[in-house]
Design a protein around this ligand. Structure first.
Ligand code: PLP
Length: 367
């Protein structure tokens, strides 16, 4: 018997493979494969999460009123235009299925985040990529790839896995060239790590254009990946659409309580940022000294090219020493690995592992 068939496009999805988290023989491997905050959650957020356990028999507030008010106050945004989701991933899926379908195209940059083609195909649409220049999103290539069928552009700024970003000027140019029927989703998952004068998460464009949404997550600097909490700042009509299609209780109460406490813990936020600001340049320098190409990053990870060595051999060697880093073959960058800025100890273990690898291995010469 053939059994039921899924909707067109679904079987073309390559399931998302997350970063590894376990290594046999190591109780606590160095987890540098998923861009998590190595300091862990704010203790205040963890307490709020635990406190909420006493009320697990209650449904959460389906309107997410308190967390939206807290986000609005913190980022100076209108809470009525904020929609929360179970991670920003859920919001990508809801936006994709609300604004694209069969016959439509969803555009993103060649090394854009892999969740985008998944949500595009789930919606029945066709994912389309635009070439990059030097591992940076190329506005001209994106604009050139827009067709009558384009419904959505996903743009991670900064981008994962490349770590590069587009300036406000470049995004403005994209918006000026884009028909307002095309939804531009600016995914600002790593925005809080960036200090560049020419960078903005882009909330002001949401106020100016009917076709721009900015998404954020509590999984990165706020260190609540397990709780699954993300949010989108939207034009009113798009917030109205998301509020129609989302599940009535899509965000759980402990996550919302933890999110409110995380936003209020400025000290933990500042420590997390300072840690990244200190150790990202340190790691960049060490790996450059070892002869590798480190792509400039404004986020909490580095994309590193291990040519002329075999990147997979480097990854497996580090893993054998209890250090997990991310393979990039699925992003079409098989010579590269992506390394999260972990704790000082973890990063030193990683550098020691790579030094040991170099000591034991010859450069890889393709046959
Ligand atoms: C660019 C980008 N957007 C979104 C996410 C997912 O965020 P969330 O945990 O809120 O679903 C990630 C996670 O790695 C990411 O790298």
């Amino acid at each position: 018997m053939a059994g039921p068939l899924p909707q067109p496009g679904i079987l073309e999805i390559s399931p998302y493979v997350g970063g590894e988290s376990k290594v046999p023989g190591f109780d606590k491997p160095a987890r540098l494969a998923s861009n998590e905050n190595p300091l862990g959650p704010s203790p205040k957020a963890a307490e709020a999460y635990a406190r909420a356990a006493a009320e697990l028999h209650r449904y959460p507030d389906g309107g997410a009123t308190a967390i939206r008010a807290a986000i609005g106050a913190h980022y100076n945004l209108d809470p009525a235009r904020i929609v929360c989701g179970t991670g920003s991933d859920e919001l990508f899926a809801l936006l994709a299925s609300s604004y694209a379908g069969e016959g439509d195209e969803v555009l993103y940059s060649a090394h854009g985040f892999l969740a985008y083609p998944i949500v595009a195909r789930s919606a029945g649409a066709t994912p389309v990529t635009a070439a990059e220049k030097n591992l940076r999103t190329d506005v001209d290539a994106l604009l050139a790839a827009v067709t009558q069928r384009t419904r959505i552009i996903f743009l991670a700024n900064p981008n994962n896995p490349t770590g590069s970003y587009l300036s406000t000027g470049e995004i403005a140019r994209l918006l000026n060239g884009l028909p307002q029927s095309v939804l531009l989703i600016l995914d600002a998952a790593y925005a809080e790590y960036v200090d560049r004068e020419d960078y903005s998460a882009g909330h002001h464009w949401v106020d100016q254009y009917p076709n721009v949404v900015v998404t954020h997550t509590f999984s990165k600097i706020y260190a609540l990946g397990s709780a699954r909490l993300g949010w989108a700042y939207c034009p009113p009509a798009i917030a109205g659409v998301l509020n129609r299609v989302r599940q009535p209780f899509n965000v759980n109460a402990p996550a919302m309580e933890a999110g409110i406490a995380a936003l209020a813990d400025g000290e933990h936020f500042a420590n997390s940022k300072a840690h990244n600001d200190r150790w990202r340049p340190w790691l960049e320098e060490k790996l450059t000294e070892l002869g590798f190409t480190v792509h400039p990053s404004v986020a909490n990870f580095l994309l590193v090219s291990f040519k002329p060595y075999d990147a997979e051999a480097v990854r497996l060697f580090a893993k054998s020493r209890g250090v997990l880093i991310r393979q990039m073959g699925s992003y079409g960058l098989p010579d590269c690995l992506r390394i999260t800025i972990g704790t000082e100890d973890e990063l030193k273990q990683l550098v020691a592992a790579i030094e040991a690898f170099l000591f034991q291995n010859e450069p890889h010469v393709p046959k």
